[in-house]
Design a protein around this ligand. Structure first.
Ligand code: PMP
Length: 417
């Protein structure tokens, strides 16, 4: 039992045991220490069972089915939308669009709001620490529209240079896109402040919430975010589940992303009119079972409490940072202050290639990621080709930190000899 600073008592080992993949040894001698949740999370039994139950008991295409099964599937799918809306405190479930992942959510905004509102010479702001998913869609749009794209710089510590942001905002950008939390550095950006400043400058704001929504309380109304993109598969939900939140007034003014069934009001051979939001953006048969599974994942996280999730990861990060500093040759990236960083630890270990570090950890069944983490411009800025990255979630426990640290000492010893 561990009591967090928020006063909640949680048995984190029991939480871990809710995840079948972590509770069994599989073919290995040691339990899996899964430290790659920033890429995709594991799924608790409850989510797996919900998806299984959907296919066994409720599977049918949704909307317009006049038989029981279809009505039940529709009701569960729409209930999941309500749960997600509640989770991020959206003003209405109509502001929740189900997509496959963060990437699709951001492309949706770029190809609909962006194509309609961005013109030649307009300025789009991104940041040096953005994931490729929050860079490339804006590059494509800027190229198509002959718009300008500028990136807010970061400091050597890996935090956004807010003075540079102010300078760029003074040029009156039409759109500002930034990550709430960096997937490579763990930096928590001051989202409310950035959004307020961007709004004062007349911009629309797209927040990449892929690394924040799963790990801390996120309230879209308090933030005043125009758009928020996140991935269900990174927050205990099924693969193929993701969300675009958009303010209703903005979504209602946007043309469709993809055309087809489900997103129309009236179709003639030569033209069509569009369904109301959010159906307008959900063309074709959606991933019904995955959305339902995401709703259950949200309930599971709410059962723990997002303040408590954040606190747990903060404690693991504090422990890990303290102990990693003792590993010879380590260079830890990202901010020092625990208030400014989430449970993502990126580092290099002397001149040992990050893939070798990850391979040695894998021998001990410790799963971390190595590479550029889809942040090549950030890697260039940091002067590294790749890093090793360990990331925490609800199912990680102190023992995982121990195994990460001892594995790194071992990697260091192997390469030193
Ligand atoms: N943005 C950030 C900050 C991410 O960490 C990721 C996933 N690594 C993405 C976007 C893309 O997410 P997805 O692959 O689910 O589209």
């Amino acid at each position: 039992m561990v009591t967090t600073r928020t006063g909640n008592t949680v048995d984190w080992v029991r939480v871990r045991d809710d995840f079948p993949i972590l509770a069994s040894l599989g073919s290995r001698e040691q339990r899996l220490a899964f430290l790659d949740s920033a890429a995709s999370s594991q799924k608790p039994e409850r989510v797996i069972a919900a998806v299984d139950r959907y296919y066994r008991e409720t599977n049918a295409n949704i909307h317009r089915g006049v038989y029981d099964l279809s009505e039940r599937a529709t009701a569960q799918y729409e209930a999941a939308r309500h749960m997600v809306a509640d989770f991020i405190n959206a003003a209405s479930p109509r502001e929740i669009v189900f997509v496959r992942n963060t990437t699709e959510a951001i492309n949706l905004v770029a190809q609909t709001w962006g194509r309609r509102h961005i013109s030649a010479g307009d300025l789009i702001l991104v940041t040096t620490m953005d994931h490729h998913s929050n860079l490339v869609p804006w590059q494509l749009l800027a190229e198509e529209k002959d718009a300008r794209l500028e990136a807010v710089r970061i400091t050597d510590e890996g935090v956004l240079d807010l003075e540079h942001l102010d300078e760029l905002l003074a040029q009156g950008p039409r759109l500002v896109a930034f990550p709430h939390v960096s997937n490579s550095l763990g930096t928590i950006n001051p989202a409310a402040e950035i959004i307020r400043k961007a709004h004062d400058a007349g911009a629309i704001v797209v927040v990449d919430g892929a690394q924040s929504v799963p790990h801390m309380p996120v309230d879209v109304q308090a933030l005043d975010a125009d758009f928020l993109a996140f991935s269900g598969h990174k927050m205990l939900g099924p693969m193929g589940s993701g969300v675009l939140y958009g303010k209703l007034s903005l979504l209602e003014g946007m043309p469709p992303f993809m055309g087809g069934g489900g997103m129309i009001r009236k179709v003639s051979l030569t033209r069509s009119t569009w369904a109301d939001v959010p159906a307008r953006f959900e063309a074709g048969t959606p991933s019904v079972g995955d959305a339902i599974g995401l709703g259950v994942a949200v309930e599971y996280l709410q059962g723990i409490g997002m303040d408590t999730v954040r606190e747990h990861e903060r404690e693991l990060t504090a422990q890990a940072l303290d102990r990693l500093r003792e590993v010879p040759g380590i260079r830890l990236l990202g901010p020092e202050d625990l208030d400014d960083r989430a449970g993502v630890l990126s580092f290099t270990l002397g001149d040992i290639h990050p893939h070798d570090v990850a391979a040695i950890l894998n021998e001990e069944n410790v799963a971390v990621r190595a590479g550029h983490h889809c942040c090549q411009p950030l890697m260039d800025r940091l002067g590294v080709v790749a890093t090793t990255r360990a990331s925490f979630y609800v199912y990680n426990v102190d023992e995982d930190v121990d195994r990460l640290v001892s594995g790194l000492h071992r990697a260091q010893a192997i390469f030193a000899s």
